[in-house]
Design a protein around this ligand. Structure first.
Ligand code: ATP
Length: 153
């Protein structure tokens, strides 16, 4: 697993295209005019990370709802944001979602399958790239996952 110089914009655009085909009932918003952003990253790991976030956004929101993917380049870092307007995560459970095998109470009763591993893998990938990941969520309103990693100068 070698790092390479990657255009994160192109990679995200390609994954969005793929997820638009499998989440047929959702609408995935993505600005096709997002400028290229170069990072040093392991391609397969970033594909997996984006897949984890889009899979969750799709699983925990209603068909027909909107999922938004954005890439925002700052001076040193680029931020990848995936937001949904789904069921959200109760405040008291939010601190635990990055734990291995943790699944929220409501999730355990409503969505039978799932390992609770996705977000812990996502965090490992992000931290291996000197990045940070955070989740903001409002129960009944939606969830926003935000990943930040250094831009390659
Ligand atoms: P798997 O990794 O097998 O898909 P999972 O989705 O349960 O299982 P994680 O991705 O680690 O595992 O997520 C942990 C828990 O965090 C989920 O079970 C769910 O309760 C909550 N969660 C994650 N993403 C969202 C989201 N977008 N909206 C609401 N809840 C979420």
């Amino acid at each position: 697993t070698e790092r390479e110089l990657l255009d994160l914009t192109a990679l995200v655009a390609e994954r969005v295209k793929r997820w638009r085909r499998s989440l047929r009932n959702h609408h995935i918003g993505w600005d096709e005019t997002t400028p290229p952003v170069w990072v040093r990253a392991v391609r397969a790991e970033w594909e997996e990370l984006i897949d984890i976030l889009l899979d969750n956004a799709g699983k925990y929101s209603e068909p027909g709802s909107e999922i938004t993917v954005r890439l925002e380049a700052g001076e040193r870092n680029v931020r990848l944001i995936v937001r949904d307007t789904g069921e959200g995560i109760p405040k008291e459970e939010l601190p635990r979602v990055f734990e291995r095998f943790y699944r929220a109470k409501r999730t355990r009763s409503r969505h039978r399958n799932g390992s609770g591993l996705g977000l812990s893998i996502a965090r490992q990938i992000v931290e291996a790239h000197e990045g940070t990941i955070r989740i903001d969520s409002q129960e009944g309103e939606g969830t926003e996952v935000s990943v930040s990693i250094p831009i390659s100068q």
